[in-house]
Design a protein around this ligand. Structure first.
Ligand SMILES: C[S@@+](CC[C@H](N)C(=O)[O-])C[C@H]1O[C@@H](n2cnc3c(N)ncnc32)[C@H](O)[C@@H]1O
Length: 316
């Protein structure tokens, strides 16, 4: 396992939004290297954290420091999309805060054999949980050309998606695509780099496959819905996203849930109008919080980060 440090993104802003306090229980849905979890536990000596990650690497790392917080830290190997089941298994009904730091950790990118990065020639895997589900190789070798093109277009926001899907289908008819290098070379053969391009032409295709392999957007939708149900009144939801697809999901969720209920229409009876438009959150900040210039310089990974936060309102 590579030991590249993962610098927590927007840590001060996350703590300011979450406001850890005595006797409260928080969920860190994305344990990773434990940057947020430890900072929350350090911010108040009497709070507790339930830290979830579906990647065993995060848990192996936590085994090295978890004892420092004995009795206050519970580690859970699961997907945050299963938040309610994970909490039920711990007989926890509700929590005071939920924080998510989406995407892949630096360790996952830097562990070449995980297949997340075209910087290393490795098996085309990309699963955060290495014991479950389809790999990126399964997708590129078995998916039909059109759905593959759609996947690359939607999740990678790649304009050349049709050319890439066609090149993948041609290449796999000759030999199975099993490595990151094979895939990157196929993409590079159809997406040409202009000298002004700052990113490798295969970046967007790799992002698309990673999102699909890990059902990242479905997981996000599930955890947001669960957050509405498990947060106590006054509980805080804090989400850091790294690309527009994730941010749009959080923004749309909060826009809907934190929007003032429309005034009752003359034409719609109150009983029908009320429940689905109930206001369940208030925004902590109207606009997303962005990293400071200084943080962006120190930690380039933070450049695309956006933090959105909201407070759970009481049920009426
Ligand atoms: C960006 S890192 C988190 C870093 C962490 N905040 C820190 O400061 O060290 C994201 C972590 O979330 C995990 N992860 C991503 N999606 C997940 C999901 N749906 N369920 C559980 N863990 C997930 C990844 O395995 C990864 O370890």
């Amino acid at each position: 396992m590579a030991d590249a440090p993962h610098i927590p993104v927007m840590l001060n802003e996350v703590l300011a939004a979450l406001k850890p306090a005595a006797d409260e229980v928080y969920v860190d849905g994305t344990l990773g290297a434990g940057g947020y979890t430890r900072a929350i536990l350090d911010a108040d000596k009497n709070c507790k954290v339930i830290a979830i990650d579906r990647d065993q690497t995060a848990h192996d790392m936590a085994a090295r420091w978890g004892n420092d917080y004995a009795g206050r830290l519970t580690l859970v190997k699961n997907s945050f999309g299963n938040l309610e089941d994970a909490l039920s298994a711990l007989t926890v009904e509700s929590v005071d805060g939920i924080v998510l730091d989406l995407g892949v950790s630096s360790m996952q990118f830097d562990e070449g054999e995980r297949g997340f990065s075209f910087r290393f020639d490795a098996p085309l895997d990309m699963r955060m949980d290495r014991n479950a589900g389809e790999t990126a190789a399964d997708i590129v070798n078995h998916m039909g050309e059109e759905p593959l093109a759609n996947l690359i277009y939607l999740y990678g926001e790649e304009r050349k998606s049709r050319h890439i899907a066609s090149a993948i289908v041609k290449a796999r008819a000759i030999a199975k695509i099993t490595t990151t290098k094979q895939l990157a070379d196929i993409v590079r053969s159809v997406v040409h780099v202009s000298p002004r391009d700052k990113i490798d032409p295969s970046t967007r295709t790799f992002q698309a496959l990673r999102i699909a392999v890990n059902d990242e957007l479905g997981e996000l939708e599930s955890v947001l819905a669960a957050a509405e149900r498990v947060l106590k009144t006054g509980g805080r939801l804090v989400v850091v996203t790294f690309h527009s697809l994730e941010d749009r999901i959080v923004k749309n969720f909060l826009t809907e849930k934190a929007r003032p209920a429309p005034s009752p229409s003359r034409h719609v009876p109150m009983a029908l109008d009320a429940p689905q438009n109930r206001l369940s959150f208030s925004l902590i900040t109207k606009k997303p919080v962005l990293p400071t210039e200084t943080e962006m310089k120190i930690n380039p990974r933070s450049r695309s980060a956006k933090l959105r936060g909201a407070i759970r309102l009481g049920d009426v």
